[in-house]
Design a protein around this ligand. Structure first.
Ligand SMILES: [Zn+2]
Length: 205
C-alpha cells in the first residue's frame, strides 16, 4: 500500500498537475472516448500505456484472457457485456479492439488446465474459449501453441462481439469498426489482425 500511495503522490505532483485542466473539462463535459478496448487483466499489459492515451481517450474493460463471452442477456452477472453495452450503446465508441498478449496466464490455463485453487470462476470462464483451444491444439507441430491459442482467443472474442445484435448492427452500418491486436510483453511489439486472418507487426515509429 505504501508503494501505491507513493505513486499517488507522484501522480498528484506530475500527471495531475500537468493535466488538471483536462480532468476538469472531462468532469464538466463527461467522457466521450472514441475507442474501447477489451484487454487482459494481466498487470504487464496496460492499454493506456501501450497507446499513450490520456484520460478520457479509451474506455477499457479488462478480464482474464481478454475474453468476450457469448451474448446472453439473462440474470447472470455479465461484467464484460455490461461494459460493452455502455461503450457501444451509450458512449457510441467508433473503434472496438480486442487486445491479447504474449505469455498470457489465462491462455496457459486453457492449454494446461486452471490451477486447482482457481476452480470457482477461472475454469468456467476460460471454457468460453474452448473452440480457440481446440484450434490451437491443431496448430502445426512446429508452431508456438501458446501464441497460436492467444491469437485464436482474440479471433473468438471478435466473433462473439458480432453475436451482440447492437454491435453487429453498428458494424453493418459502418459506424463501428472491430480490431484484433496482440501485444508481445518481451519485445513491446504490437501486431494487428488483418482481413487475411494473420497478425502483422505494426511498423515501429
Ligand atoms: Zn493475459
Amino acid at each position: 500500500m505504501e508503494r501505491m500511495l507513493d505513486g499517488y503522490h507522484r501522480f498528484r505532483a506530475g500527471q495531475w498537475a500537468d493535466r488538471r485542466r483536462q480532468f476538469e473539462r472531462l468532469a464538466d463535459a463527461g467522457q466521450s472516448p472514441r475507442a474501447m478496448i477489451v484487454s487482459c487483466a494481466d498487470s504487464r499489459v496496460d492499454p493506456g500505456m501501450i497507446f499513450d492515451a490520456g484520460p478520457g481517450e479509451i474506455l477499457v474493460v479488462r478480464n482474464v484472457a481478454n475474453l468476450v463471452p457469448p451474448y446472453a442477456p439473462d440474470s447472470a452477472y455479465h461484467g464484460t457485456s455490461a461494459a460493452l453495452e455502455f461503450g457501444v450503446r451509450v458512449l457510441k465508441v467508433r473503434d472496438l479492439m480486442v487486445m491479447g498478449h504474449g505469455l498470457c496466464g489465462g491462455v496457459r490455463a486453457m492449454l494446461e488446465g486452471a490451477p486447482p485453487e482457481a476452480s470457482d470462476f477461472i475454469a468456467p470462464w476460460i471454457g468460453i474459449a474452448d473452440r480457440a483451444k481446440r484450434r490451437a491444439l491443431a496448430c502445426d507441430d512446429g508452431a508456438d501453441r501458446q501464441l497460436c491459442c492467444e491469437q485464436e482467443v482474440i479471433k473468438l472474442s471478435l466473433d462473439n462481439l458480432l453475436g451482440f445484435p447492437w454491435i453487429a448492427e453498428r458494424v453493418a452500418e459502418g459506424s463501428l469498426r472491430l480490431h484484433g491486436a496482440h501485444f508481445d510483453i518481451r519485445t513491446g511489439r504490437l501486431s494487428v489482425l488483418g482481413a487475411d486472418g494473420e497478425f502483422t507487426a505494426v511498423a515501429a515509429g
